[in-house]
Write a protein that binds this ligand. Sequence first.
Ligand SMILES: [Zn+2]
Ligand SMILES: [Zn+2]
Ligand SMILES: [Zn+2]
Length: 342
Amino acid sequence: MKKTDLHELRKDPLLGRWVAVLNQSKSPSEYGQYALDADKEENCIFCAGKEKDTPGEICSIPKSGTGHNPHEWWTRVIPNFNPIFRVEGELGRKGEGMYDKMNSIGANEIIIESPEHSVRPEDIGLDQMVRVIMTYKDRMVDLEKDHRLRYTLIYKNSGRKAGADFSHPISHLASTPVIPKRVKEELDGAKQYYAYKERCIFCDIVREELRTATRVITETRYFVAFCPFASKFPFETSIIPKRHNCAFQDIRTDEIEDLALILSVILKKLRASLTNLPFNYFIHSAPNRIPRKNHWHTLGDDFHWHLEIMPRLLNTSGFEWSSGFYILPTSPEDAAKHLREV
Ligand SMILES: [Zn+2]
Ligand SMILES: [Zn+2]
Ligand SMILES: [Zn+2]
C-alpha cells in the first residue's frame, strides 16, 4: 500500500465518533463472501512452522532451550496483513467543509496465542495464558512510547458471530490516533464520579460487589469477576483488579499469574454453561499518558483498568441500535449464581 493509499478516519460531527473508511470500497456482491479455505488447519499461517508465510514478526516468546529455532515459540506477534491503522505516515488532520478527517495512522497487530491450531481459549492452560497476558503487556509498553498514538486496545473475537475470521487462537491489537468514543465515555464518567466523590468509581464498584456478593462469580487474591449491575448482555462479565491502577501495562508478574487464573476460570465456566458461546473480551486501560494541559489530569486517580467479557448470545435489534437501551433476558444476579455453581 502506498502512503497515499492510507485509509481515512472521519468524525461524526454530531456524536464525536470516529469511523474508518477503507480506501478500496467493496462492491455489494463482495459482502457475505468468506474464504473458508484460509481457515483450514493445513492452510493456516498462524500455526508453528508457517513463520515464513506471515508478515515480519514484531516479537515472540521463544521456547527456552531450543536455541534460535524460529519454529519453537509460545506466542508470536505479527502485523495485521490487512491493517486499518498503519504506523508509517503523518496524521494529516484536515477539515473538509464542516467535517473533520485524518489519516488512519496507528498500529494493527495479531497476537498468536499458541502454536497449536485447535486449542480453545479456555483450554489453553494456565502457563500459556500467563504468556499471552505477558505478550499483551509487552506490546502495550512498547506502543505507549509512540506519541502519535492516543489509545491501544487489545481484544479477542471468539466464534464467527463475535467477528472471528480464523479458528487459530489469536487476539488483536489496535492503536489509534484518537481515543475511541466508548472508552472516552468511560473516562468521562469516571472523571465526573471522582470530581464529585473524590473516589475511584471502579474501586467503589469492587467494594460494593464484594460487600453484596450477589453478582460476584469468583474472586482471587488480586481480582474479582462479576456480572455488572446494569450489564448490556446476558452473562456479561467484568474482571477488575483490586489494586487501583489506571494502566494495564503496570500489572506486576504475580498479578499476571492471578489474571491468567481468573480469566481461564471464567472462560471455562462460560463454556460449560453456554455451548459454543461466541464472545469478545477486551482490556480497557488508560489512554497513552501524554501530558495535555488541564485534561485527564486526575486520570491516574479516577480511571482503573479492567477486562470485559461480552458473550454474543443475542442479535442487536432496532431497539438497541436506536436507543442504546439493552434488554437482559437473564438478570446479572441469576447469571452470576449460575456461573458460580457451574
Ligand atoms: Zn493454525
Ligand atoms: Zn480504582
Ligand atoms: Zn470498560
